[in-house]
Design a protein around this ligand. Structure first.
Ligand code: NAD
Ligand code: MG
Length: 390
């Protein structure tokens, strides 16, 4: 029996985690959930799972849920804001927290969960990007596991099992290439938000869908892999593999390559993370090799998809450079979703911020400095692009 909380229970990963719970024969127990403002979805989850604790980031939504619970589920406790998220991440009763909020808002609750000695099933890659060193050190110190939910990192984790880090030659991180694979800069000039949101293989939240279209998602994943597996950036290679059947691979020093394959279904890595080291019953469609057709591989185009290059650069600089990269990206993606900028401007904004905040690269790596710098980067972008003060 495992007791868990889900941060971001109403999102794409959160919803698929609920499905993993439904398939767990009562072995996984949902104790706490959070969401930003999706009141109706939270009511549905409460109706089905009756968790003991709920937190809504948005004040107003939390009042609505509190009233709802007072009337229909008086035993459920309701919290709000970032403190509410921290509460749900650190509940006495839980063993594991699924971090499936989007963005670096997940940082504080994740750190708090680790300090409270909870294992982390980590989907929220932005947290590891901005604070990988802090998170991994804290996890080690508190003897908690960081179990990757991201499909590529789950694949690497599985491909590494039974081997030693010193025997790795490199990590081969696969990428679908996103909806704009093969396109030129010229062709990307006028793409719409709708086109950018249309991922060929995965059905995901809006932010990660845009990140997949710019290849920033792969960039964030390179940094995530660096911290999770303690691997040099020069030994992490991105390979575009449009069929998304090989979820990533590890090349060993003798040139042997071990890979993990599976249907593109996030319930698989979620279920693996929640039951590790055990494997549970079949939740995804098995791969039908006879129907697959060819598996193909390409080099990523770093000239057109500059975000992937920027992520490598920020990762190699280290310190707070990934905080600038991530903050700029989160804010630029939000602007694109509001149709305030064009697709290619995401990379331009990130490049500008990396240069404007250069003097902050090596500020001391503390939680407060990360949060402070992230805020500064966002304010800079909002003033210049959203409010149009140029
Ligand atoms: P989503 O947008 O579908 O869901 C996000 C969840 O976070 C929702 O429950 C939402 O209510 C909550 N949330 C949003 N903003 C918030 C805020 N400011 N404060 C508190 N809660 C907030 O996102 P998703 O696609 O499920 O992705 C979640 C995380 O998992 C991201 O970090 C993403 O990169 C990662 N991830 C997702 C997938 C996928 O297939 N969707 C795969 C790998 C990794
Ligand atoms: Mg991924």
């Amino acid at each position: 029996m495992k007791n868990i909380s889900i941060l971001g229970a109403t999102g794409s990963i959160g919803t698929q985690t609920l499905d993993v719970i439904r398939n767990s024969d009562g072995k996984i127990n949902l104790i706490g959930i959070t969401a930003n403002s999706s009141v109706d979805k939270i009511k549905e989850i409460i109706g089905e799972f009756e968790p003991k604790y709920v937190a809504m980031m948005d004040e107003n939504s939390s009042k609505i849920i509190e009233e709802f619970c007072n009337k229909e589920y008086p035993n459920i406790q309701v919290f709000s804001g970032i403190d509410g998220l921290v509460k749900i991440a650190t509940l006495e009763e839980i063993d594991t927290v699924v971090t499936s909020v989007v963005g670096m808002i997940g940082l504080k609750p994740t750190i708090a969960a680790i300090e409270a000695k909870k294992d982390i099933a980590l989907a929220n890659k932005e947290t590891l990007v901005v604070a990988g060193e802090l998170v991994m050190n804290k996890a080690k110190k508190n003897n908690v596991k960081i179990l990757p939910v991201d499909s590529e990192h789950s694949a690497i984790f599985q491909s590494l099992s039974g081997y030693k880090n010193k025997d790795i030659n490199k990590i081969l991180l696969t990428a679908s290439g996103g909806p704009f694979r093969g396109k030129t800069i010229e062709e990307l000039k006028d793409v719409t938000v709708k086109e950018a949101l249309k991922h060929p293989k995965w059905n995901m939240g809006q932010k990660i869908s845009i990140d997949s279209a710019t290849l920033m998602n792969k960039g964030l994943e390179v940094i995530e892999a660096h911290f999770l597996f303690d691997c040099d950036y020069d030994n992490i290679e991105v390979i575009v593999h449009p069929q998304s059947i090989i979820h990533s691979m590890v090349e060993y020093k003798d040139a042997s390559v071990i890979a993990q394959l599976g249907s593109p279904d996030m319930r698989l890595p979620i279920q693996y993370a929640l039951n590790y080291p055990e494997r549970k019953g079949m939740i995804a469609k098995p791969v039908n090799f006879y129907e697959l057709g060819a598996l193909t591989f390409e080099k990523p185009d770093l000239e057109t998809f500059k975000c992937l290059r920027f992520a490598y650069e920020a990762g190699k600089i280290g310190g707070l450079a990934p905080t600038i990269l991530n903050g700029a990206n989160e804010e630029a993606v939000a602007l694109l979703l509001k149709e305030k900028i064009k697709f290619l401007q995401i990379a331009e904004i990130i490049e500008e911020c990396m240069s404007v905040f250069k003097e902050n690269y090596y500020d001391e790596l503390t939680l407060d400095n990360i949060i402070e710098l992230d805020k500064k980067v966002r304010e800079y972008i909002r003033t210049k692009w959203e409010l149009g003060v140029k």
